[in-house]
Design a protein around this ligand. Structure first.
Ligand SMILES: Cc1ncc(COP(=O)(O)O)c(C=O)c1O
Length: 448
């Protein structure tokens, strides 16, 4: 009776389904109420528990901090723990970053990053720059504003009447590039599209370009081809447009570097980070700003109006600092790079299936794309829910993945994002691949 009451209160993706209830987590594993073990190859929802589940040392740090002070009037005070942590965040960021502050969710961090870009232009007397250019098939958060800027058609549609509909350009999606183009011609076509979009919309009205360095849930771990971000940054600079890197999912070591954008040899102007920043032990996210962006604020003594009640929370700082220490002391960012390379090799075994069209990723941000026809790359009909079915079979067998859809045109297309904790071992990677292999085989049988 109590169980059914609890279920009826919960807002779950599928309202009519009874979800297994997780009791606790240890390392890469989750355990439900019946003692069943699941390998969490999604790291929460998703790519959050980078340092693994059930870390008592983080609970200890939280206890100590809450015992001292858990919230303070930030309009009048700062705290030493926060000041030290923010300095550590700046040190963790690419060279040239000057300031950082924390909020609670990825959505808030990206929205803060966008507002910072808008205010930067206002202070410099360019308040007419109010547009944000983003890409289709990307996710930047779940507020109405962030859904507008993001490019997931199914999620946007519900709120379209509230949207500004600023320009969206094509994603850099090498698996689905036009066949007649070489990779460099494809990159060039994307750069031309961006520049034409700027000119058409009026470059003097554009505040920022925003991108996920490696597109996560919306495409299933898609890095851009070589030269893409370098070219995009050159165009941004040419037209005075800021470059915001949405590192909510791919930051904090997920891809084998501190931040995903560092794989592409450019430095963004603003970074929004979240998820793995606290390993999921506290709702925490951050905005990191370069000296270029902060200088006009400092020179004109302008405050950034981005505060939230739980901004710069000392408990968040204590947890965030502990997570940074764990990443460093256990060499987890290098482990992500090492295990990621091994994992991609192992996942390639799945290409023997006719329905697995692509295996991709960077570090431990990996993904697969599922197709009905490998030659034409034709997707399955959406109603077959193929990625969800594979994900469901994997859960039955004890592995949690993050299935997605809409990769082709916002509705069609199946992919699965795989982002295990950075603590994962090679044997545990084998566990994921073996269960995924069996599950795909079973779904193929069902489909034929
Ligand atoms: C790239 C990216 N940006 C922003 C967000 C929003 O973060 P949150 O769900 O913490 O608000 C997410 C969440 O999945 C994300 O993956």
């Amino acid at each position: 009776m109590i169980a059914s009451l609890i279920h009826s209160m919960a807002v779950c993706p599928d309202m009519n389904k009874v979800y297994p209830k997780i009791e606790y987590g240890r390392g890469v594993y989750l355990f439900d109420k019946n003692g069943k073990r699941y390998l969490d190859a999604s790291s929460g929802s998703s790519s959050v528990s980078n340092v693994g589940h059930g870390r008592v040392e983080i609970a200890d740090v939280m206890y100590d901090q809450v015992s001292k002070i858990s919230v303070l009037p930030t309009h009048a005070f700062s705290s030493e723990i926060m000041e030290i942590y923010l300095q550590k965040l700046v040190d963790f960021a690419p060279t040239g970053f000057k300031k950082a502050w924390t909020v609670m969710s990825g959505t808030e961090a990206v929205e803060n990053a966008v507002k910072l870009a808008l205010q930067y232009h206002q202070i410099r007397g360019e308040g007419n720059r109010f547009k944000i250019i983003s890409r289709w098939n990307t996710y930047h958060g779940n507020s109405v504003f962030m859904l507008d800027i993001g490019g997931m058609k199914m999620r946007r549609e519900l709120y379209s009447k509230w949207h500004n509909n600023f320009p969206h350009i094509s994603p850099a999606y090498i698996y689905r590039k036009p066949d007649e183009l070489t990779t460099s011609e494809y990159v060039n076509s994307l750069l031309v599209e961006f520049e034409e979009c700027l000119i058409e919309t009026g470059a003097e009205t554009v505040a920022a370009f925003i991108a996920e360095p490696i597109v996560a849930a919306a495409l299933g771990a898609v890095p851009p081809p070589e030269g893409y971000f370098k070219g995009m940054k050159v165009i941004c600079e040419k037209y005075g447009v800021l470059f915001i890197s949405d590192e909510i999912l791919c930051g904090f070591g997920r891809t084998g570097k501190n931040f995903g954008i560092q794989h592409f040899d450019i430095t963004p102007d603003i970074i929004a980070a979240g998820k793995g920043i606290s390993g999921g032990y506290f709702p925490l996210s951050a905005v990191l700003a370069s000296g270029k962006v902060m200088t006009p604020f400092i020179d004109t003594n302008s405050s950034f109006l981005g505060g939230h009640t739980f901004a710069c929370n000392p408990v968040g700082a204590a947890v965030g600092m502990k997570v940074l220490n764990i990443l460093k002391n256990e060499d987890l960012i290098n482990n992500s790079q090492k295990m990621g390379t091994l994992f991609l090799n192992k996942l390639e075994k799945l290409l023997e299936f006719d329905i697995i069209g692509d295996v991709r990723g960077v570090g431990l941000q990996c993904g697969i794309e599922i197709v009905q026809d490998k030659v034409s790359k034709k997707p399955f009909p959406a109603e077959l829910k193929v990625s969800k079915r594979i994900g469901g079979k994997c859960i039955e067998k004890g592995v949690v993945l993050y299935p997605g859809s809409g990769s082709v045109n916002g509705t069609l297309g199946d992919h699965i994002l795989i982002t295990p904790p950075l603590t994962i071992s090679e044997e545990q990677l084998d566990e994921i691949v073996n269960i995924l292999y069996t599950s795909i085989k079973e779904v193929i049988t069902e489909l034929t």
